[in-house]
Design a protein around this ligand. Structure first.
Ligand code: MG
Length: 291
C-alpha cells in the first residue's frame, strides 16, 4: 500500500496511491485531532481498516505533501552509514567530528536530527538562504516510518515497529554543518527535507536490498544499495530506542551513500536552478528544484 498526504483545491487529504493507474483513492479523515497520517496508522495498528471517502483523484492533479507533518519529535538521522560516503566525508574536510581517516567507520551509529519544519513534498521547491550558505548539498536516503512505538527495542523485534518506508533528501548546508560543529543548523534549514512521495507499507518492500540513486540535472551522482548500510535498520532502531521512546509516525533517515557534492574534487554544490532527483526502487522518487 502506498499512502500519501496531498493537497487538492487547497484542502489536505490522505489517499491510497496506485502509481501505475495514476490515481489516488481518498481515505476518510480520522476523527481524532493531531497528525492525520499518524492517526490512520495508529487506527490500523489497532486492527481497523482504512475507510475510503469515495473520492478519486488523478495523481497528476494533486500536490504531494510530506506524508507526516507533525511527528512526535525531530526527524532522526544517521550520519556516515555507508563506508564509501564516510570516507568521502572525512576526506572532504567538512566533517567536524572526524579524527582522521583511521576512524572512518563509526563504532556506533551517529545520530543527529532535523527539525520537522524542514519537510516539503516530493515536488516542492528547496529554498536555500543564500545569504548564509553557498555550500548546499544533497543526500538521498531511505526513510523509515515507525508504526508501533516502543522503548529499548531489540534488533530482533525492530521490524515489528516499522510501518513503512519513504524517500528522503537530507539536504545540508555544509558550511553551516562545519561552522557550528553540531549538525543541527546545517541540516534544519526550512525546506531542506524533501520527503515522500508517499509511505510504502512494509509488506511491499525489502529494506535490506533497495537500489537508491540520486541525480542532479540528470547527472547520476549517487548509485548504491541499502544492503551496504554499515548499521542496518534493526541496529539503528535498537540504538535510538535504547535512549528514547519511539512513537507512531516517527521518521528515521538511514544515511546517505557516496556521491554527495562534497565527495567530488572540486566539490559540486547545488545552485539556483538545479534539480535534484532521488529514487528508490519499489518506493518512488522525489524531484525538487533549487530556487
Ligand atoms: Mg544524511
Amino acid at each position: 500500500m502506498r499512502l500519501a498526504r496531498f493537497e487538492y483545491n487547497s484542502v489536505f487529504s490522505l489517499g491510497i496511491v496506485d502509481p501505475a493507474a495514476g490515481t489516488v483513492a481518498g481515505v476518510a479523515a480520522p476523527s481524532s485531532a493531531g497528525d492525520p497520517m499518524i492517526a490512520v496508522i495508529a487506527a490500523q495498528l489497532e486492527g481497523r481498516e482504512f475507510d475510503l471517502d469515495g473520492k478519486q483523484y488523478r495523481l497528476a492533479d494533486i500536490r504531494l505533501a510530506p506524508p507526516i507533518a507533525q511527528p512526535s519529535k525531530n526527524i532522526l538521522c544517521v550520519g556516515k552509514n555507508y563506508i564509501e560516503h564516510a570516507a568521502e566525508f572525512v576526506r572532504s574536510g567538512f566533517d567536524a567530528s572526524a579524527k582522521g581517516v583511521a576512524g572512518i567507520v563509526p563504532e556506533a551509529p551517529i545520530i543527529f536530527s532535523k527539525a520537522p519544519c524542514t519537510m516539503i513534498g516530493a515536488h516542492d521547491d528547496i529554498r536555500p538562504p543564500w545569504a548564509i550558505t553557498n555550500k548546499v548539498d544533497y543526500e538521498g536516503e531511505l526513510g523509515v516510518v515507525i508504526g508501533a512505538g516502543g522503548r529499548a527495542i531489540s534488533r530482533d523485534d525492530a521490524y515489528r515497529h516499522v510501518w513503512g518506508y519513504t524517500v528522503i533528501n537530507d539536504m545540508t548546508a555544509r558550511d553551516l554543518q562545519a561552522a557550528h560543529k553540531q549538525w543541527l543548523l546545517g541540516k534544519s534549514i526550512d525546506t531542506f527535507c524533501p520527503i515522500g512521495p508517499w509511505i510504502v507499507s512494509t509488506d511491499e518492500v525489502d529494506p535490506g536490498d533497495l537500489s537508491i540513486r540520486c541525480w542532479v540535472n540528470g547527472e547520476l551522482r549517487q548509485d548504491a544499495n541499502t544492503r551496504d548500510l554499515i548499521f542496518d535498520i534493526p541496529a539503528i532502531i535498537e540504538a535510538i530506542s535504547a535512549s528514547m521512546s519511539l512513537s507512531t509516525g516517527d521518521i528515521i533517515a538511514s544515511g546517505t551513500p557516496a556521491g554527495v557534492g562534497i565527495g567530488f574534487d572540486p566539490p559540486k554544490f547545488l545552485h539556483k536552478g538545479d534539480r535534484v532527483r532521488v529514487a528508490i526502487d519499489g518506493i518512488g522518487e522525489l524531484e525538487n528544484a533549487i530556487v
